[in-house]
Design a protein. Structure first.
Length: 97
């Protein structure tokens, strides 16, 4: 295939340097890797990787609620339980908190 088109991209300098290191270790240049990427777009008629939004993060309140529920399930109460107490019970028992 004869190269007859130029594409100019603006990317973060550190990202480019990091990608270049990885690609060099694979025996590729950024230009060759980008050409391969474009070929995959044409071949698959899609972006050649999954695009999705990150899952919702759990709020601190939800985490605290889950921890409280777990502690109550094992007989600990919020008023009397310290992390040290939980560790002590876990380490001295049968590993059943």
């Amino acid at each position: 295939m004869v190269k007859s088109s130029t594409i100019t991209l603006r990317v973060d300098k550190e990202l480019k340097e990091d990608a270049d290191k990885v690609l060099k270790s694979l025996g590729l240049t950024i230009s060759t890797a980008f050409d391969m990427y474009l070929q995959q777009i044409v071949l698959t008629n899609s972006i050649p990787f999954e695009l999705k939004l990150p899952e919702d993060k759990v709020s601190k309140n939800e985490i605290y609620s889950l921890i409280s529920e777990a502690l109550e399930e094992y007989g600990f109460t919020q008023e009397t339980t310290s992390l040290e107490e939980v560790k002590r019970k876990y380490d001295n028992g049968t590993n059943d908190v």
